[in-house]
Write a protein that binds this ligand. Structure first.
Ligand SMILES: [Zn+2]
Ligand SMILES: [Zn+2]
Length: 365
C-alpha cells in the first residue's frame, strides 16, 4: 500500500517534489539558457564569427542545445548564412517577403527543417562549424536523442507536469526564433538603418529573445557581436558576452566603429570613398535624421525642402549602385558635396564638411 502511495506521489510530484513556482522558475531559466545558446553560440559565434568562445563556455552551450533543441550547428549556421546572403529573394530560406508572413510566423520551424535537408546548402554555407568527435558521434549523429533524454529527466524530476515543461521548451525556439525573429523581424518594427533588406527592430529591449529583437541593427552590422546601437537599446546577449570577456571566456570582434574624422583633411578622394562605403549606413542615418530635423524649420513643400529631399535620395542611391569604379564614385561624391554646399542649408554644408574629413579605419589603425 505504502509503495503504491509512493508511486502515486512520484507521478504527481516527481523526485524533486517542487511546487509550481519553482517549476515555473526552472522553465523560465532553462528557456532563457536555450535562447542564449542560440544567440551567442549558434548565431553570433558560429554563423557570423563575431566572437570566439572559450571551450568552457562553448561545450556546455552545445550540450544544452543538443538536449533542449536537437538542432545541428552546421545546419543552423548554413541556413542562417544563406538567409543573409540571399536575403528577401526566392532563395532566402525564410523570407516573409517571398513566402508570406503567415508561413514564416507559424510554420518557420518547418521551413527550417526543409532547408536543413538540403545537403548542398549545408555543405556550401556550413563551413567552419564544429567537427570534433562528440559532434560527429553524438550531436549530429543522434541529434534527436538529447530531447528524448530531457523528456525522461524532466518527468522524473517533476512528475507528469515535467512533460508540460518539456513541451514549452520544445516550442520556445520554433516560436520565438524561427517564427518571431525570421517573420516579424522582416515585417514589423522600427528601422535605425536603411539596410538593403526589410529587417526591423521589433523592440528596443532585447531580453526575451536574447537581443535578437534588434534585427535591423544586426542585418546592418552582421559581424558585430553587439546587436544594440542606440543608447536606449538593450541587448542582453551582449551583456553576457561582456561578462564572459571580462573573465577571459569570450573574445568579441571589434564593434562597428564611430566615424573617424581628420579635422586637417579637406578633400574627396579614393580614401574618402573607401571610408564613406564603410560608414554608409551611419552616414545615411545621420543624413535622414538631419533632414527630419530641418523639415521642422522649413516649409515641407518649399523649394528648399524639395532640394533637400532630392539630395538625400541621391546620396542614398549613390551607394546602392553595384557597378561603380572608384573614379566614378569620387566624381559622384564631389558633385554631390558641391550641390550640398550650394544648397544653402547649414545642415547639408556641415554634412559635406564631415565627408571631406572622414578617413578609412585602415588609416587610423
Ligand atoms: Zn534576418
Ligand atoms: Zn545573422
Amino acid at each position: 500500500m505504502e509503495l503504491l502511495a509512493y508511486g502515486w506521489d512520484l507521478v504527481r510530484y516527481g523526485l524533486t517534489g517542487w511546487a509550481w513556482p519553482a517549476i515555473l522558475a526552472f522553465t523560465l531559466i532553462t528557456t532563457h539558457l536555450t535562447i542564449i545558446g542560440v544567440t551567442v553560440f549558434l548565431h553570433r559565434c558560429q554563423a557570423h564569427r563575431a566572437l570566439e568562445l572559450h571551450p568552457l563556455v562553448s561545450h556546455p552551450l552545445r550540450f544544452w542545445l543538443w538536449l533542449s533543441t536537437g538542432m545541428v550547428t552546421k545546419e543552423w549556421a548554413a541556413i542562417h548564412r544563406k538567409h543573409h546572403a540571399k536575403c528577401e529573394t526566392e532563395e532566402d530560406p525564410h523570407s516573409p517577403q517571398t513566402r508570406g508572413i503567415e508561413t514564416v510566423l507559424w510554420r518557420g520551424a518547418e521551413l527550417y527543417r526543409v532547408a536543413a535537408k538540403d545537403s548542398e546548402l549545408v555543405e556550401r554555407y556550413g563551413h567552419g562549424t564544429p567537427d570534433d568527435w562528440i559532434e560527429r558521434n553524438l550531436y549530429t549523429k543522434h541529434s534527436a536523442l538529447g530531447v528524448s533524454i530531457l523528456l525522461v529527466v524532466e518527468v522524473l524530476m517533476f512528475g507528469v507536469i515535467g512533460a508540460a515543461v518539456w513541451a514549452i521548451q520544445m516550442a520556445w525556439i520554433p516560436m520565438l526564433a524561427a517564427g518571431v525573429i525570421n517573420g516579424i523581424g522582416h515585417w514589423w518594427g522600427y528601422r535605425n538603418f536603411k539596410s538593403p533588406d526589410t529587417s526591423t527592430n521589433i523592440s528596443p529591449w532585447g531580453i526575451l529573445i536574447g537581443g535578437e529583437e534588434l534585427h535591423n541593427n544586426h542585418h546592418t552590422f552582421a559581424t558585430s557581436p553587439k546587436l544594440s546601437s542606440k543608447w536606449y537599446e538593450f541587448d542582453i546577449g551582449w551583456m553576457y558576452i561582456r561578462l564572459l570577456s571580462f573573465v577571459g571566456l569570450a573574445k568579441p570582434r571589434a564593434l562597428p566603429a564611430e566615424m573617424l574624422l581628420d579635422p586637417a583633411r579637406d578633400q574627396i578622394d579614393a580614401d574618402t570613398v573607401e571610408a564613406v562605403i564603410s560608414y554608409k549606413y551611419e552616414l545615411i542615418a545621420v543624413l535622414s535624421k538631419t533632414f527630419k530635423r530641418d523639415l521642422r524649420k522649413i516649409k515641407p513643400q518649399s523649394a528648399s525642402a524639395e532640394k533637400w529631399s532630392e539630395l538625400r535620395k541621391e546620396f542614398e542611391s549613390m551607394w546602392s549602385r553595384r557597378q561603380m569604379t572608384v573614379e566614378q564614385a569620387v566624381h559622384g561624391l564631389q558633385a554631390w558635396c558641391a550641390k550640398a554646399e550650394a544648397s544653402g542649408s547649414a545642415a547639408l554644408i556641415e554634412f559635406s564638411r564631415q565627408i571631406r574629413m572622414v578617413i578609412p579605419r585602415r588609416i587610423a589603425a
